[in-house]
Design a protein around this ligand. Structure first.
Ligand code: EPZ
Length: 423
């Protein structure tokens, strides 16, 4: 398994472009199940999770051509309606095949996802939503077996706003008979991007981007082409890298992004003392002279994203003062905390609340990646720490960041990937 060796203290400056949004691609790709034919998904990021989704869909008979960031999908010949445990245990987003399969083919057998690095992640909202649309759902030997002659539109209220469940029901309802209304739908841009692809495929959807979505089912859909939206979490991560490691007076520009999708993060960075210039498709950041402590509570979109909580704690580890970071979406998403403490961070964790007492400096050490965003936070801390930081098991970061070390090198970071260390 690869590791990163980072020599901290280098200034970051220059220009970097973000890739397509992982969490959009992971929804757009299974949407091709809904109509046989050829699709072009431009600006698809080359990520481990995208390859995992590709291999799952290939096992169902879907063919891919992936040249640079242009992904051509041929879903004309779907022969298998299953998502086996081997795939689903690697990536929870595999559950996205459930709605499209049962809606178009009347059958799906999808493994329950199991837990992830930071705890259980249930799928009850996906199951209850599909039951409301008339699917017969049985749990058999760790698998969800869904059957339906023809799904029928229904009114569905999600007690918790769920990105994945909203995506699954959106896709299923597009081919159901009659109208579906989703109340308390997720408003994340990746779900709006999925809805926009479905509309291009012939679906009738109102309320895109709002918490109340109305879908009028149609008899059939057709393939369409789409360009994947930029990754708002990668953009935020790169800005925090600039804030934590950039020297006052230098500038980092994040290109090819959509600043409207991460306003919560840019707002908090300004509170922390960074000076931002925000354009239509770029953000330029001048680092703070000293990092001010800023409290954060994560929330559903357009609040501060849970996927940027770990990176924020890294930044606050070097603030002049104490800050409190609360994750209201995942109460146990803090596996990065003990690793950051190995770098000298002073963090006290109580349930889903981290209290961070900012330090003058962090000191390089060997640290272990445990999940995607935790690895990002360790890299950010390593960029600012004195001395050398080794981040182990970087396959976690490769799940969600395309060529992260090359992008950081282009900004002046001293980070290199060392292949294949077993430990
Ligand atoms: C999506 O996961 C993202 N993944 C996650 O990003 C992100 O952290 C999460 O949304 C929250 O924004 C993808 O889009 C592929 P949820 P998802 O359903 O859909 C509870 C990353 O780092 N819940 O919105 O699985 C759940 O436990 C990844 O890129 C239920 O209780 O998240 C959580 O507390 C990590 N029952 C809350 O809802 C359900 O059936 C939000 O989860 C489903 C969810």
């Amino acid at each position: 398994m690869d590791k990163f060796i980072i020599h901290g203290g280098r200034n970051l400056q220059g220009v970097v472009s973000v890739s397509g949004a992982k969490n959009a691609s992971l929804a757009l790709m299974p949407a091709t199940i809904l109509a046989g034919g050829t699709y072009k998904l431009e600006n698809t990021p080359r990520l481990r999770d995208v390859m995992t989704m590709m291999s799952l869909l290939e096992s169902m008979g879907i063919a891919f051509k992936f040249v640079d960031n242009s992904l051509t999908v041929d879903s004309s010949n779907i022969t298998n309606y299953e998502a086996p445990y081997e795939h689903v245990k690697k990536m929870r987003a595999s559950i996205y095949v459930l709605g499209p399969l049962v809606s178009r083919f009347g059958f799906a057998r999808v493994s329950l996802p199991g837990g992830c690095a930071w705890g259980p992640r249930p799928v009850n909202l996906h199951i209850e939503g599909l039951k409301k649309l008339g699917a017969d759902i049985q749990l058999e030997g760790g698998y969800i077996v869904a059957k339906a002659r023809k799904l029928k539109g229904a009114r569905i209220l999600f007690d918790i706003s769920s990105v994945g469940a909203t995506g699954n029901i959106l896709m299923a309802a597009s081919l159901a008979q009659g109208a579906t209304i989703i109340e308390n739908a997720a408003m994340e841009p990746e779900i709006a991007a999925l809805a926009e692809l479905l509309v291009k495929m012939g679906a009738h959807i109102d309320g895109i981007g709002t918490s109340r979505i109305e879908i009028e089912g149609v008899g059939a859909l057709h393939p369409a082409d789409v360009t994947t939206i930029p990754d708002r979490i990668e953009a935020g991560t790169m800005l925090i890298a600039a804030a934590i490691a950039g020297k006052p007076g230098s500038k980092v520009r994040i290109d090819r992004c959509n600043p409207k999708h991460f306003g919560a993060v840019t707002s908090k960075l300004e509170d922390a003392g960074a000076n931002l210039t925000i354009g239509k498709d770029f953000v330029e950041l001048e680092p703070p002279n000293e990092i001010r402590p800023v409290n954060v509570t994560t929330a559903i979109y357009s609040g501060f994203p849970t996927d940027t909580q770990a990176q924020w704690i890294a930044l606050m580890s070097l603030a002049k003062g104490t800050s409190v970071i609360t994750d209201t979406v995942y109460f146990d998403r803090f596996t990065h905390v003990p690793e950051l403490m190995r770098l000298g961070a002073n963090i006290t964790l109580k349930e889903n609340v981290a209290t961070v007492i900012g330090q003058e400096t962090l000191t390089g050490a060997k640290v272990m990646s445990t999940d995607l965003r935790a690895s990002a936070s360790l890299i950010l801390a390593g960029l600012a720490a004195e001395g050398t930081t080794e981040v182990l098991r970087v396959y976690h970061i490769d799940r969600g960041y395309e060529e992260v070390e090359k992008k950081l090198q282009r900004l002046g970071a001293d980070i290199e990937r060392v292949a294949g260390e077993e430990f």
